[in-house]
Design a protein around this ligand. Sequence first.
Ligand SMILES: *Cc1c(COP(=O)(O)O)cnc(C)c1O
Length: 360
Amino acid sequence: MERVYNFSAGPAAMPEVVLAKAQKEMLCYGDAGMSVMEMSHRSKAFVEICSEAEALIRSLMNIPANYKVLFLQGGASSQFSMVPLNLFKTGKADYVKTGSFAKKATQEAQRYGKVNVVASSEDKEYSYIPEMDKSKFDKDADYFHFTINNTVEGTHFNTLPDTGSVPLVTDMSSSILSQVYDVSKFGLIYAGAQKNLGPAGVTLVIIRDDLIGHAMDITPLMFNYKTHADKGSMYNTPPTYSIYIAKLMFEWLKNLGGVPAIEKINKKKSSLLYNFLDQSKVFKGTAAVKDRSMTNVTFVTGDKELDEKFVKEAAAEGLTNLKGHRSVGGMRVSIYNAVPLEAVTKLVDFMKRFEINNKK
Ligand SMILES: *Cc1c(COP(=O)(O)O)cnc(C)c1O
């Protein structure tokens, strides 16, 4: 069986060289005489892997010294609770609702404090990023939460909300490391790894020092950022193997030229697809043009049966996981860092053929 072109939204494709390296090191890592999976998280070999992973992500994202990097568990979904539990001081926060994950984050925060929804695109199935009316922002909010890339709907914030001194908190699960972001503009960034960082099981949190240490009294110890920050993500057993694979992904990206280099490739990949969609007579992009995501491209034919036919025939050609999220239907092409330009070229060629054979 040959490897397919995998356009999954997550867990997602990984670079073949990373998988091959992991395979080579599977039974014996270095001179440890055992697999990384079998190592104590306190062992010298693993502590080195973990600190190298941290150093790599710090350099790839240019993370300033006054930020902590945490490797946690529980997925991005746990951050929907950890953020309010740790950041509420006055108990007020601003939220933007731009997608199904943003909605979940908003609902979870409402359990712990007063949430002010400053903008929403729910009226049009989250197909756009709403205009921000700054007069609606609460100057006394403890933080301002938004989902920078909406994985399900295929939209991206191309400008950051201007919140003054209110810390920006963002869910970057599906666009982290895909383009250059200025970390110093944020108070807290979180991302589940299984889209663009590595395998499932580890969640990356980048948090400014001053936001640590103010958790609500009810916060479970394991949900307190301070617990993990004080112990360098080693308070308890971290997801060791996932961190190791993430480290290999970081090395791969560094060797490729880092984030600016991959951003160029990602732009090429998404432009190829969007340019085709814009002139297609069968396929239509669903996200507002100005807010299009580079990593998740969503489109429909306008006919459910034809959508299904497309997904099925594409899979038969080795172009897999093109079905849209169950909540929105249609198609979604996730083209994270590990998906090569060649995969998108092959996909567009197939779409052209499908179009000729299925003229309306
Ligand atoms: C995938 C995703 C999540 C959910 O992540 P889990 O790790 O499954 O909890 C949350 N937010 C965004 C933007 C995502 O893409």
